[in-house]
Design a protein around this ligand. Structure first.
Ligand code: SD4
Length: 327
């Protein structure tokens, strides 16, 4: 009898626990030291072209823009470089010779927009922003994204980069389908910005893997994989072999680790370790780099392998640095 009563009361407790669990979780997270919000503008972005992107982001702020404008205009600058072989229309094509672009953007209101597998438009980041601001959706792909771009009166372009086409023709000779990014061939731009109100936003844009299968989409337009922003906590972005990042939800993980009290640097390191462990079945070498920016302005950067560079712009200084790496 008494054991039955005990069982019933345990059951009641369990029921109460289940019903209360979302609140309990909220309370646990609230116990973390609250993050003081930084109000000095800061921009951090991937690879060497991040230096120019950071300048463009700061310029957007000076012209009266906010974090969302900083994010868009920063990476727009990289997309405008038609010689860039991994961002924008100058990017290396897929195995069918078509350059297809992926981009995403997310802001301090937790709004997100992305496009994938878009061709013929120079600025997928602005189409992604259109998705964020003008549609009830979070993502548009292929033809539908192009129709949407046309409806916004974005100019269509038939530009192809002669250097990219030459590389593709060279690749066709062997057509060896090996979608592994080599260590030098990483140049997606991911950018995280904080404006002078302390608001966060991020953007990411790429032509993806060279000679990928037609229709292949990487991590860059996938919210939570290539980009994630939670204005309360911080933001993260990734570059590298997108398949590995998608499988580990790396940007989301970085932000969640920061929510649980990890520093931005610790969060980047932990997320790269997790990604490497998750992808241990992969035999080829690949590179992944991750950046994090916390709401208090502290940032982190970490690469799977040596060679991941990033640009950091703060206190009027914009400089290129090399991230520490796991391997
Ligand atoms: C992708 N993450 O499409 C991108 C590629 C990349 O630097 O980052 N390149 O998988």
């Amino acid at each position: 009898m008494s054991s039955r009563r005990g069982f019933l009361s345990r059951l009641a407790l369990l029921g109460a626990g289940v019903a209360a669990s979302p609140l309990v979780l909220g309370e646990v997270l609230k116990k973390k030291k609250s993050i003081a919000r930084n109000v000095k503008p800061i921009v951090i972005s991937t690879w060497d072209h991040g230096v120019a992107a950071n300048d463009a982001a700061m310029q957007a702020l000076k012209s009266g823009g906010d974090a969302l404008d900083m994010a868009e205009k920063g990476v727009y600058n990289t997309e405008s470089d038609l010689k860039n072989l991994s961002v924008g229309l100058g990017g290396l094509p897929d195995r069918d010779g078509i350059t297809t672009l992926d981009a995403s953007i997310m802001d301090y209101k937790h709004r997100a927009g992305s496009v994938a597998c878009v061709s013929g438009y120079a600025h997928p980041i602005s189409i992604a922003r259109g998705v964020l601001e003008k549609t009830p959706h979070a993502m548009l792909v292929g033809e539908g994204a192009e129709q949407f771009a046309a409806s916004l009166k974005f100019e269509k372009s038939s530009y192809t980069n002669p250097e990219a086409q030459k590389a593709w023709k060279e690749w066709l000779k062997t057509s060896e389908y090996k979608p592994i990014i080599n260590i030098e061939n990483h140049d997606t731009i991911g950018l995280l910005a904080q404006d002078s109100k302390g608001q966060l936003a991020g953007a990411c844009t790429t032509s993806g893997l060279a000679f990928k299968m037609h229709g292949r989409v990487g991590d860059s337009p996938i919210i939570g994989a290539g980009l994630y922003v939670d204005n309360e906590i911080g933001a993260a972005t990734c570059t590298g072999l997108g398949e590995t990042v998608i499988r580990s939800c790396t940007s989301f993980l970085v932000v969640e680790l920061m929510r649980q009290g990890a520093s931005p640097q610790e969060a980047c390191e932990e997320a790269i370790k997790r990604l490497y462990a998750n992808n241990s079945f992969m035999t080829d070498e690949y590179q992944v780099g991750v950046l994090a920016l916390r709401a208090d302005g502290e940032f982190g950067a970490f690469g799977l392998r040596k060679g991941f560079t990033y640009a950091i712009c703060q206190n009027g200084q914009n400089e290129l640095r090399e991230a520490k790496s796991l391997i």
